[in-house]
Design a protein around this ligand. Structure first.
Ligand code: TGC
Ligand code: FAD
Length: 388
């Protein structure tokens, strides 16, 4: 069985990648093997985000990698996907950090920000000196952001923001929050800086999932935002949804990494474990289970790669991203549960990666649009009727 950088590769996907794409993937794979895997179980257990990894992620160009200015690498979307795949082979929390920084914060500043906003934030964010978070979800329900209550009212040249956001990755550690609020002219985006009076944050603790990632609440109490901190080119709900398209694309790739880690660990275990006089891997039923895991991973790999090629060609539609996020995260969750079971009792230990990936994937299948929301987006594409 061919393997590349920790991924099973039955269909020689390697041959479909350019030399540059392979190099990027291999560099991130080495970083994950050397720096992430040795510490991640402990971080998960202690509910600690490994912030010591940020400088090296920045040095490797993993923050805002598809932007071509501001000290960013100008990589294509397939490279971006491969980065997410390798990071999530380490842990969904590490991939989440990079997704939020790149797709949910640097992307909107680049796409919708003023020149001053770009110059001020993007180089610092690429260097990992400024951390971002993205506030869209509210306590009353994340699936329907069009009914958000957080509001911004004009007062002189400034804006005054009131409301709350919930389940926000990186919230308490962020220097900059990209916050979406309803105004008299519809949804608008604001750059809210840490320590702005009226803006406070609080960690959400005791999670069973994404324990190596910071998740927070954001509160806005008559929080005054200067006009210069409004994203001038973001008008309407389409702006935050366009950010979600970028992040969902990355998650479709990231899920491959989590699934591959679980699959590889299950294969190794089944080679070693001898029961009823034979290694488990020689049992027909075990082979069928492993073959089914590989079938799911392989089809998801091909889906992600074609999605990336469409994105690089500029023809990708957000319903295609929905189908890939739905398929690949469901695939990864099923593979993780199957791998956890194959490892027997030992599979419940934090020392084994499948249970950690499985628990993380319970968040991944919910955030960035729940599985149901993505099914309904595809349903709307088929029928031309929204059934949300
Ligand atoms: P709808 O009428 O469909 O759309 C409003 C406008 O937006 C456009 N649009 C999109 N544009 C770009 N990308 C997309 N994915 C888009 N989806 C829609 C659309 O064309 C329209 O434009 P216009 O010009 O006609 O006005 O809006 P709706 O209110 O009916 O909502 C549709 C729905 C349910 C699909 C949407 O609300 C949705 O996606 N809900 C799920 C919310 C969600 O995913 N939240 C995620 C929060 S961030 C997060 O979870 C980060 S986790 C990070 C981590 O740690 O990795
Ligand atoms: P709800 O929207 O209340 O949904 C509850 C249930 O109803 C779900 O099963 C859903 O599928 C189902 N449902 C919804 N609509 C329909 C329908 N029309 N028909 C049938 N069923 C339906 N958000 C951010 O803005 N920024 C972040 O950085 C961020 N990070 C996150 C990190 C973590 C660890 C988690 C868990 C979440 C994060 N989120 C973030 C929030 C995430 O996007 C939301 O949890 C998600 O959008 C779902 O919203 P909800 O949890 O309020 O569930």
């Amino acid at each position: 069985m061919v393997r590349n950088a920790g991924q099973p590769d039955l269909y020689d996907i390697e041959s479909l990648l350019s030399e540059d794409e392979r190099q990027v993937r291999d560099a991130v794979a080495t970083f994950v093997d050397d720096r992430v895997l040795p510490i991640i179980a402990d971080c998960f257990e202690k509910e600690r985000f490994p912030s010591e990894l940020i400088p090296q992620m920045a040095e490797l160009g993993l923050l805002g990698p598809t932007l071509s200015d501001y000290g960013c690498a100008g990589l294509n979307s397939v490279c971006y996907g491969l980065i997410m795949q390798e990071l999530e082979r380490g842990d969904s929390g590490v991939r989440s950090f990079a997704s939020v920084q790149s797709s949910l914060c640097m992307f909107p500043v680049d796409a919708y920000g003023s020149d001053e906003q770009k110059q001020r934030w993007l180089p610092e964010m690429a260097r990992g000196n400024a951390i971002g978070c993205f506030g869209l979800t509210e306590p009353d329900g994340g699936s329907d952001p069009g009914t958000m209550k957080t509001n911004a009212r004009k007062r002189g040249d400034d804006w005054v923001v009131n409301g709350a956001k919930m389940w926000i990755t990186n919230g308490t550690v962020a220097d900059l929050a990209v916050v979406w609020a309803i105004t008299d002219d519809g949804v608008r985006g604001f750059l809210v800086e840490k320590n702005t009076p009226g803006y406070t944050t609080r960690d959400i603790e005791h999670k069973f999932s994404l324990r190596a990632s910071v998740t927070s609440e954001l509160f806005f109490d008559n929080c005054k935002i200067p006009a210069a901190n409004q994203l001038p080119n973001a008008a309407g709900l389409g702006a935050p949804l366009s950010c979600l398209t970028q992040a969902r694309y990355g998650i479709a790739w990231g899920a491959l990494g989590a699934a591959s880690a679980c699959y590889q660990e299950a294969v190794e275990f089944c080679r070693q474990r001898v029961l009823f006089g034979k290694p488990l891997i020689e049992k027909q039923h075990v082979q069928i289970r492993l073959a089914d895991m590989l079938r799911r991973i392989t089809t998801a790999q091909l889906l992600a790669l074609q999605l990336g090629r469409l994105k690089d060609a500029g023809t990708m539609h957000h319903s295609q991203v929905s189908l890939a996020k739905w398929n690949n995260v469901r695939m990864a969750l099923d593979v993780a549960r199957e791998a956890r079971d194959l490892l027997g009792a030992g599979g419940i230990s934090v020392e084994c990666s499948p249970i950690r990936h499985m628990l993380n994937l319970e968040s991944v299948i919910t955030y960035e649009g729940t599985e149901t929301i993505h099914q309904l987006i595809v349903g709307r594409e088929i029928s031309d009727k929204a059934a949300f």
